[in-house]
Write a protein of this length. Structure first.
Length: 347
């Protein structure tokens, strides 16, 4: 095996969706956020599998991503575009029956003038100040609210349950939308876990489907096996890798593996303890992460296998994220194009 293999467990994704769906009442829809190529895991395959599992609505960031989902799942799913409608999006939105989440007064006006026969949603700003209509802007287009397919807002701090901004945004969302006769959605993964007050008509988790925090009970989805290119003896006192940051404290055996930061194994990961696994046995990652290579202390293994595992059910994207000082989202979406991708489950 010459290339590293990223195995994506479609059954685990479906289980995570069912588990998140189970957090809200049965009459509340649970959609799937599948932007950025399903957080790097392959939007066409993941969408098809989730659609089969019962997902009826998908959210993407860009119209181009929506086209891929439409081709994958067919005509009976709703596909919402979170970036709204940029000038070049009118044709794909019409041709592929995508629902733009309009986020500025000009977009609402233009959409209703030029494409009044199509469905649209509205995105409101309740305090994150990233995308969406402010309260006064929303008042100005309020007649567009009752005809919208869906009204959403996004929480800035939902993965910190006690953060005061959660209830402040909840109150702002109520103040803006109570009395409007349109389906509403406020919760992503974090909001889904905050409880019923945050669920409205539809929850829209993303990262939790793919095994990420803040859904602590998520099943791991991504598994990564990296081939061993060679092993070498390193005498006590010798160093390994760029800048000679690791020094052998004993006579050691070091394995060199075929993946590095060009494959999304970000270099900062090397600053904290990370292991590569031979079965259940952890072997420490040592030295600096190179562009295409990792070095691993395999001194304590009786036999060195052909490949070692960086992501498995013991060491997850969250562990790598913690080691690298980042978040699971970034680990997932960084996983590079050089891996052989293997999908399991999803039947
Ligand atoms: C990315 C995103 C989501 C999904 O967020 P997760 O934290 O991955 O669950 C939901 N809504 C909006 C507007 C988003 O941008």
């Amino acid at each position: 095996m010459a290339t590293a293999t990223l195995t994506i467990d479609l059954d685990a994704i479906a289980q995570n969706w069912r588990a998140l769906d189970g957090k809200s009442a049965p009459n509340i829809e649970t959609a799937a956020v599948i932007k950025a190529d399903a957080y790097g895991l392959g939007a066409d395959v993941v969408a098809k599998s989730l659609h089969r599992a019962g997902v009826k609505s998908f959210f993407v960031a860009l119209a181009e991503e929506g086209i891929i989902i439409r081709k994958s799942v067919g005509n009976d799913a709703k596909i919402y575009v979170l970036s709204g409608m940029m000038l070049t999006d009118a044709q794909p939105i019409r041709d592929y029956n995508l629902i733009p989440m309009l986020n500025a007064p000009e977009q609402v006006t233009r959409f209703r003038n030029e494409t009044s026969d199509l469905a649209y949603g509205l995105q409101l700003d309740t305090g994150m100040n990233r995308l969406g209509l402010e309260p006064d802007e929303f008042m100005g287009v309020k007649d567009a609210a009752n005809d919208a397919d869906l009204i959403i807002s996004h929480l800035a701090c939902a993965d910190e349950p006690t953060h005061p901004q959660n209830s402040a945004q909840l109150a702002a969302f109520h103040a803006m939308t109570d009395g409007v006769n349109t389906r509403r959605s406020l919760a992503a993964t974090g909001g889904t876990l905050l409880g019923a007050d945050y669920h409205f008509d539809l929850c829209r988790p993303g990262v939790g489907l793919y095994g990420g925090f803040p859904f602590a009970d998520a099943k791991p989805v991504a598994h990564l096996a990296i081939p061993v290119i060679q092993t070498r003896k390193v005498a006590k006192g010798e160093t390994v890798g760029y800048s000679a940051t690791w020094t052998a404290k004993r006579d050691s055996v070091v394995a060199t593996l075929a993946a590095g930061y060009a494959d999304g194994l970000i270099r900062a990961m090397g600053h904290n303890p990370v292991s590569l696994f031979a079965g259940d046995t952890p072997c420490p990652l040592i030295g600096r992460v190179s562009m295409d290579l990792l070095t691993v202390d395999v001194t304590d293994l009786d036999t060195v296998p052909n490949e070692l595992h960086l992501l498995n059910s013991t060491q997850t994207i969250e562990d790598l994220a913690n080691a690298a000082g980042t978040i699971g989202y970034e680990i997932l979406t960084s996983l590079g194009g050089r891996y052989a991708r293997r999908y399991i489950g999803g039947a």
